[in-house]
Write a protein that binds this ligand. Structure first.
Ligand SMILES: Nc1ncnc2c1ncn2[C@@H]1O[C@H](COP(=O)(O)OP(=O)(O)OP(=O)(O)O)[C@@H](O)[C@H]1O
Ligand SMILES: [Mg+2]
Length: 243
């Protein structure tokens, strides 16, 4: 492998949907222990990229390596067992399950049934959902649904977690709690790749960032470097500047 220290290597990955190139030969590494942020305008290919990494979408070309081993063609549930899990941008609801059961089901990936419930309660507390164990996901606010989505991922005890806009729709003040959860997870040793749309949020969270536009990676660097990158400013703030 190119980089001995990378936990994840995305190597010239592309995805075409008919004539549309949703992800266009994107390459980057994720280093163990980091928080890597991914930003880009609507339709830039961010969620598709997560689908390609997590086994939900087969790449048209290119390779994805986890721990130095190609994972192309490996189904999502096997990747979760190996320690790679993603959240979903559109929160899935489970009609009749309580939040505790939803998280306990995820915990079964690594824990026996007799431990899963207690462990799920612990995870719900850790993301700030204690007291809401017996609610159904439908009864949760958008913010809490997003925290539940994070809890489901955390319950699988991943080494690498892909978070897709878990703070979307929240005010900057409302992102304090989920941001603390992300930082806490990272401090416990979980490597994190997070997509966020809101620049100030990602700037506060990420150690390093990549920027996508029309499926292609147009920049990579520290949050500070992104702010002074002309291509990023044009892609990301272009329509605000024009308006
Ligand atoms: N299953 C699919 N079939 C056809 N086109 C798709 C499919 N999934 C995504 N696309 C298209 O691929 C492009 C990238 O979509 P994607 O959802 O990855 O973008 P995104 O960066 O996550 O956007 P957003 O910020 O709105 O979440 C878009 O043009 C989208 O319409
Ligand atoms: Mg998306």
């Amino acid at each position: 492998m190119d980089n001995q220290t990378a936990i994840l290597e995305v190597d010239r990955v592309a995805k075409r949907f008919g004539g549309l190139v949703a992800v266009d030969s994107v390459s980057f590494d994720v280093r163990p222990g980091e928080i890597l942020g991914i930003i880009g305008p609507n339709g830039a290919g961010k969620t598709t990229l997560f689908g390609l990494i997590s086994g939900f979408i087969a790449p048209s070309s290119g390779d994805v390596r986890f721990d130095g081993v190609s994972i192309v063609g490996t189904p999502p549930h096997l990747l979760v067992r190996r320690g790679l899990v993603r959240s979903f941008q559109i929160v899935q609801t489970f009609a009749d399950m309580t939040t505790l059961d939803v998280v306990a089901t995820a915990a079964l990936v690594r824990r026996p049934m007799n431990e899963a419930i207690d462990f799920a309660a612990h995870i719900l507390a850790r993301v700030g959902l204690s007291g809401k164990e017996q609610l159904t996901p439908k009864q949760l606010s958008l913010q809490d649904k997003k925290l539940l989505e994070v809890a489901k991922c955390v319950a699988t005890e991943p080494r690498l977690i892909l978070l897709d806009e878990v703070m979307a729709g929240l005010t900057l003040a409302e992102t304090d709690a989920p941001l603390a959860v992300v930082r806490d997870l990272n401090a416990q040793g979980t490597t994190i790749v997070m997509i966020e749309h809101v620049m100030p949020v990602i700037m506060r969270a990420a150690h390093r960032m990549i920027v996508l536009n029309f499926g292609a990676k147009i920049a990579e660097g520290t949050p500070q470097e992104m702010l002074s990158n002309r291509a990023v400013v044009e892609a990301y703030f272009g329509d605000h500047v024009d308006a």
